[in-house]
Design a protein around this ligand. Structure first.
Ligand code: ZN
Length: 137
């Protein structure tokens, strides 16, 4: 199903940031470290979508540099699709500027890739598909 999967928010203190959402009664999932992205992350379900908090594990990481340049805040918008390989090929064909040359595997085994803000109206867009996308949610 095409929907907003999550909003990725860069934070410098994951514990502090999740506290805000927990005040609202939202329950954060388990914290995970994504080694190749150098982030500690937690997903907080919000209806059909989620809030993804991203804390850098290194100042040299993508998120670390983002916070350095622009401060904490929204880093990307993630759209969920059911046929990510097709979408990836279509985007390439259409000349969209993709951040990576291949699909990547993220937290929980989901597949994803990023489209550069210069192709999307100024927002970094993550296209993603759950590992279990064949099972209707
Ligand atoms: Zn994300």
């Amino acid at each position: 199903m095409l929907r907003i999967d999550h909003l990725g928010i860069a934070v410098s203190d994951l514990g502090q940031a999740r506290g805000f959402y927990e005040l609202l009664g939202m329950e954060a999932g388990p914290e995970e470290i994504i080694e190749h992205e150098q982030v500690r992350t937690v997903m907080i379900p919000a209806g059909e979508s989620r809030i993804e908090l991203l804390e850098p594990t290194s100042p040299d990481s993508v998120i670390g540099r983002f916070i350095d340049r622009r401060g904490e805040g929204i880093h990307h918008v993630a759209l969920h699709v059911d046929d990510i390989a097709d979408v990836f090929a279509e985007m390439k064909c259409a000349g969209m500027r993709l951040v990576s040359d291949e699909l990547k595997i993220g937290a929980g085994g989901h597949l994803y890739f990023f489209v550069h803000p210069s192709s999307t109206g100024g927002v970094l867009v993550e296209i993603c598909q759950n590992a279990d996308a064949d099972v209707p949610a």
